[in-house]
Design a protein around this ligand. Structure first.
Ligand code: FAD
Length: 464
């Protein structure tokens, strides 16, 4: 009988432990991807990116004579039905670590086991499982540097090569059609804008990794914070849908850790380890996703959604660097890491708005949305998270611009140049903006915003 593989955010053939295990059983393999209510509740841009990736994966499978089976509905009944149709007695999948997925998967696993099925899950997403990395006293790490020290030299297994053949079942189960789903039909921006920037697919991701390590990594340490340079790998969206595994990146970078490019390669591996660190934290303290990690922040007078925050989402704060970055997000579905830190600081400090408002906007608009990195990134900047930047470190967008966009190229591109045109093509009518509109005046001066935030912070500390 065939083995089933339940694919989720691991849309690749190479280094896919669940798929590999199913293939090793020697019999036919049927891979299914399920559009379940939990997946439908994810952000629109992320769903768009998943859809693009599914199309590419289906092509890759067809080249091996296999079919990707698509089904819609709650995962458990879909898997049960598929097991009944195919006679499968074994199901494999790679683990996810956010709360929603964990609850669903635990329930699915125990129900299928009660049915008598052989169910196994694997680590396909992380360098190390969150529970494999422990402090000397058996706890989990709350600070990045010791976490890094604990994993820097740890063995990461060689990635599994892509299968060269795929044993087919006697008959392929029926599949729904991806096009019929229109998975991101509710996305409020034009998909063409995203399509012009994203390069979905496992092969593209591998090419991008190779090109980065060959040609660009040497500038990574010096230039990764420069908004006006293409100095980072841009692999985050491929990682988010699992077209590439962290293990593949780590093991490709590892041999270059010695030699001429040792320093920038080490830096790159450290950044990649932040992703594992975020999952380590999320696994051990799930509230990272939902509320202030440090509970004393529950008393901070952050505002919920408000007119200033809405202006922020639309790139209309009047602060050139902030608005440029928010436009980059709207058009490309990604944002430079330094810019993410700056817009997050501006929203949570100058505009005194809860980080959850920004986190939710990113969740809906990022093609590289990642439950752990997004939550950690926001709480890190806001000051409420583990190993966070202290709240009183309030970024000044003007001095940051002088440092990281010294000639103004990034701002010009998004506020006046081709980026501005692309932005105006991609915004919904409801926003009521036209290209000729004058740039708004700042909603609050940098000085007044900073003082207001620092006063609130002093009050929070005094109240403790
Ligand atoms: P590179 O610099 O080339 O790094 C390589 C890989 O390392 C990245 O692809 C990413 O997987 C990982 N990485 C690098 N920096 C970080 C970091 N600070 N935290 C976690 N992982 C990191 N990243 C996401 O993937 N999804 C998110 O939803 C997300 N939300 C963020 C929100 C905020 C407020 C902040 C400050 C950061 C967020 N990040 C998020 C982290 C970071 O900005 C992106 O991973 C990075 O910009 C992706 O670009 P790159 O692939 O070129 O990165």
């Amino acid at each position: 009988p065939p083995a089933l593989v339940w694919l989720r955010r691991d849309l690749r053939l190479a280094d896919n432990p669940a798929l590999d295990d199913a293939l090793r059983r020697g019999g036919p393999v049927v891979a299914v991807w399920i559009l379940d209510p939990q997946t439908e509740a994810l952000g629109a841009a992320h769903r768009w990116r998943l859809e693009a990736s599914l199309a590419r994966l289906a092509e890759g499978m067809e080249a091996l004579g296999a079919r990707l089976i698509l089904r819609r509905g709650e995962a458990l009944p879909v898997l049960r039905a598929l097991a009944a149709e195919t006679g499968a007695r074994a199901i494999r999948w790679n683990r996810l670590y956010d709360q929603t997925a964990r609850h669903r998967d635990a329930a699915v696993k125990s129900a299928l086991r009660e049915d008598g099925l052989d169910v196994r899950s694997f680590n396909g997403a992380l360098l190390h499982e969150p529970w494999e990395v422990e402090t000397k006293t058996g706890g989990f790490y709350k600070v990045y540097t010791p976490f890094w020290r604990a994993i820097a030299e740890r063995v990461v297994h060689e990635p599994i090569p892509a299968p060269s053949r795929w044993p087919a079942p006697d008959a392929w189960p029926v599949s729904e059609r991806l096009a019929d789903w229109a998975m991101a039909a509710d996305m409020r921006r034009g998909a063409p804008a995203l399509a012009a920037h994203a390069r979905p697919g496992e092969a593209e991701a591998q090419d991008r990794l190779a090109e980065f390590l060959e040609d660009r990594v040497e500038h990574y340490a010096a230039d990764r914070d420069r908004l006006d340079r293409d100095a980072t790998s841009r692999l985050s969206d491929a990682l988010a849908v699992g077209e590439l595994s962290a293990r593949q990146i780590w093991t490709a970078a590892r041999p270059r850790r010695q030699g001429a490019k040792a320093k920038p390669v080490e830096k790159f591996m450290q950044e990649l380890a932040w992703r594992d660190f975020a999952y380590h934290l999320l696994h051990h303290s799930p509230r990272l996703e939902t509320g202030n990690w440090r509970e004393e922040w529950d008393g901070f007078p952050w505002r919920d959604d408000n007119a200033d925050a809405q202006a922020w989402t639309r790139g209309l704060t009047g602060e050139p660097l902030i608005d440029a970055a928010m436009r980059e997000l709207w058009v490309t579905g990604t944002m430079h890491n330094r810019a993410r830190m700056l817009v997050a600081s501006y929203l949570t400090k100058h505009l005194m708005t809860h980080w959850r408002v920004g986190e939710a906007w990113f969740r809906d608009t990022l093609i590289d949305w990642d439950p752990a990195s997004n939550a950690l990134g926001w709480q890190w900047v806001a000051g409420s998270g583990p190993d966070a930047s202290p709240f009183f470190r309030i970024f000044n967008p003007e001095t940051q611009a002088e440092k990281f966009d010294p000639d103004g190229a990034y701002r010009r591109h998004w506020l006046k140049g081709a980026g501005a045109e692309a932005f105006h093509d991609a915004i919904p009518r409801a926003w009521g903006l036209s290209p000729g509109d004058r740039r708004p005046a700042p909603r609050i001066s940098l000085k007044a915003g900073r003082e207001r935030a620092l006063t609130a912070y002093a009050d929070l500390r005094a109240a403790r």
